[in-house]
Design a protein around this ligand. Sequence first.
Ligand code: ADP
Ligand code: GLC
Length: 497
Amino acid sequence: MKVLYVCTEIFPLLKTGGLGDVSGALPPALRDAGCDVRVLLPGFPAIRDGVGPSHLKQAEPLALPARRGPELSALPAQAPMLRPATLPGSELAAYVLDAPALFNRPGNPYADTQGDNGIRFALLGWAAACLGHGLDAYWQPDIVHCHDWHTGLAPLYLRQMAMPGPPRAASVFTIHNLAYQGIFPRTLFPQLGLPDYLFGIDGIEFWGQVSFMKAGLQAADRITTVSPAYAREIMAAEQGCGLDGLLRARSNVVSGILNGVDYAVWSPSRDDALVHPYDVESLEEKVTAKADLQRKIGLQERPDAMVFGVVSRLTEQKGLHLIEAVADELVRAGAQLAVLGAGDAPLEQAFVRAAAKHPGQIAVQVGYNECLAHGIMAGADVLLVPSRFEPCGLTQLYGLRYGALPLVHRVGGLADTVVDTTPENLEAGTATGFVFDEFSTQGLRAALRRAFDLHALPGAWKKVQRTAMGQRFDWREAAGQYAALYRSLIPQTDRIA
Ligand code: ADP
Ligand code: GLC
């Protein structure tokens, strides 16, 4: 079964959030599950510089046709190419979408610095659809698996392209975050080479504009999202971001497949970022990891202090204003707070102010720092993830593995992965963290109180830590579910052959 995996970021080459981690780990897991996987990526500088030469025998660059079925106009003068390449580490085959005028820019890959994001990511969808229709004579995928709005036009172009020859690939569209939709002014529509009727409510029009997310949801053969709870939540108005009606109408093709963890990257016993590795059998070493973190980030070195950690994009989604609101109380209770994050300026500034008010007890590093992210998982007692909504969330899974008990809002993937320390769950030995229901400082406070109470009982705390560290969210499991979904899309005759 041939699978083209289409995405815009991939660890370790380029990562802005969880999508990068997923794309670094899922394609190799799909290969292990028996799929013949290739990855299609835009030629951002980090991708162009990071990939190796192709190992394939037929490794000639492929020119993207500008006219084939729908016509994509407004392309740069230099014809875009698909360059075969190899991903470092996994050695998977890849195609890099080489269109320097569109992708060879520094900075955040999604920043619309030149007002042409619509064309940039339409081209990515176009390239995926061309491959799905057999552009590479030596390798035509059975499945094109697309991720988030950046790839939303791929399923639509796949359907729209009328091509002689073998049938098109089937498409799977995975929602990692419904809140980011790729909305563009209606003036983009004529440049997309799509028939006029598609600019309507049953097409890709969204309140008078063009929505790439909606394109993916309308046209994909199957839709998945990254946790079962989020799959349910997005079918209702509160989390549906205006697309819940469409999702309900297509509910027979929507499912939730929980993300996994790449334990080769995220395991405290073999973590290159840690000076003092540890595991469940040597939990006393976690105290040393705490001291390492305190020194590194600028907290007072106090082994007795309960350290709360945050590793997060600082955006509205993550609910971190709740943490900021209780920061003084945490310090008064003798705890410390270590924050690593970047994002919205007011939130960044609020945390910086809190750190200035409580030097040595609250420390904040604004920016992106992969190594410190690992240090916080290892050094923290509790990992705070109070998200307003969370499609899956990976940091709480990393917290579990590192024995930094996650304290989370009961929503999306957080609800699916953290077991609250109720007396019953403690008794049953299933508790792994702290979960609160009401999204408010009150709700958060109640969970914090329970965390402090448990921490005062070292034996009970250790028991929960052990259970947490023993949890496994293996990519093998998720890859098996995706492979089964792919198989269900391949015509019966092919499956027998
Ligand atoms: P999201 O994708 O919504 O940001 P996830 O929990 O799925 O949330 O994934 C976030 C990923 O990004 C994790 O690997 C986390 O460690 C990482 N991360 C977030 N912020 C930072 C940061 N400031 N520095 C380093 N890594 C970060
Ligand atoms: C998105 C979501 C996050 C999820 C990640 C990977 O960024 O916000 O919850 O874990 O994608 O699927």
